[in-house]
Design a protein around this ligand. Structure first.
Ligand code: FA5
Length: 334
């Protein structure tokens, strides 16, 4: 019996290696391990053995049985994965891949970047985690200045904060590149404020800064007109009014006639028909000096476009919170 068991195991091992399809595997399994299979036929002979032989051969029979079960299990695994590969039909049409789209703010940002590149402006990025100095103090907003109250923020350790505006790059850029300078800085900003249809706690601005000899308000207005036509590609109604920012003198607010309601009044423009879009002005001498620029030789203009609001106007989006919601039903429309 011992020889029969061993040669059956060797035979099965060999045959398993030679099989060519999973049907044959099933056939071998029935032939050798089935109820009426060869292994059971051999095991039936156990009862006829001498009592002294039975325990040893019984144990051997169990070992062979287990070994064969493992061998068959391995082959089944191999043949089931081969089976899957055989099921693959390369002629079937592919599964549609979900490709994302650019965020509407990115689309508008790219349009502005391309228009400004043609006017000789470079595009810069900068830290969103900023020091008190570059976000406020260097911009002529000392610690006790009431202008800080208009831009409440999230404070971090070590007198750092999440930047409240892209103006944080004005002095950084002047210190780094000096004058003459032409640059735009798009990016994310944060404010600690309650949200409504036109205010979010996280939104995007796009700053512009030009410093050179003989820069005037005329240059500022021409540049802002170029920006508006790059985005809207048609005439839009805007108005310029005086505005106060400690880092510009004189300072202006540029508003756009609300395109969501065509100026009739809605929740975006707070029923006024106008939306604050782009504050701007001539760079304050103190800012130039913080950037190591001689304010007697150089002058400049700066603007701080509310990029997210611009996107709302362009696409007539009636709630700013949709833009950072991550809602694919909304985003897929662009
Ligand atoms: C500023 O942030 C100044 N740094 C702009 C500036 C730059 C002035 C250079 C002069 C020279 P203000 O806080 O007004 O200003 O914000 C600028 C624009 O960002 C607003 O006109 C508006 O379009 C947008 N904005 C402000 N707060 C929010 C908000 N909570 N949600 C969405 N957009 C906002």
């Amino acid at each position: 019996m011992e020889n029969k068991l061993k040669s059956l195991r060797n035979l099965i091992e060999r045959e398993l290696q030679e099989i060519k399809d999973s049907g044959k595997l099933e056939e071998l399994k029935n032939k050798y391990l089935g109820r009426k299979g060869e292994l059971n036929q051999i095991l039936k002979g156990l009862k006829d053995l001498a009592e002294s032989e039975r325990p040893r051969l019984g144990q051997l029979a169990n070992e062979v049985k287990e070994e064969l079960a493992v061998l068959f299990a391995k082959s089944e695994k191999v043949w089931s994965s081969k089976g899957q590969a055989e099921d693959l039909d390369p002629s079937l049409p592919g599964i549609k891949n979900e490709v994302g789209t650019l965020h509407p703010s990115t689309l508008v940002q790219y349009e502005i970047e391309s228009a400004f590149s043609q006017m000789g402006f470079a595009v810069y990025d900068g830290p969103q985690l900023e020091s008190d100095y570059y976000n406020f103090t260097a911009l002529n907003i000392p610690a006790d200045h009431p202008a800080r109250d208009t831009q409440d923020t999230f404070w971090l350790e070590g007198n750092n904060l999440l930047r409240t505006h892209t103006s944080n790059l004005q002095v950084r850029m002047l210190q780094k590149y000096g004058a003459p300078f032409r640059g735009i800085f798009p990016g994310r900003v944060s404010r600690y404020e309650s949200t409504d249809a036109s205010h979010d706690h996280t939104f995007f601005q796009l700053e512009g800064l030009m410093v050179d000899k003989d820069i005037t308000i005329g240059n500022l207005i021409a540049t802002m007109k170029a920006l508006l036509s790059a985005v809207f590609k048609r005439e839009v109604d805007v108005r310029l009014r005086p505005g106060f920012f400690p880092f510009v003198e004189p300072g202006f607010e540029m508003d756009i006639k609300c395109l969501v309601c065509e100026g009739k009044g809605c929740s975006v423009c707070k029923q006024s028909g106008w939306v604050e879009l782009m504050p701007c002005g001539m760079v304050h001498p103190k800012v130039l000096e913080a950037g190591n620029i001689d304010s007697k030789i150089y002058s400049g203009f700066a603007f701080g476009l509310g990029l997210t609001r611009m996107v709302m106007m362009k696409y007539r989006i009636d709630d700013i919170r949709l833009l950072e919601s991550g809602d694919l039903r909304f985003l897929k429309q662009f």
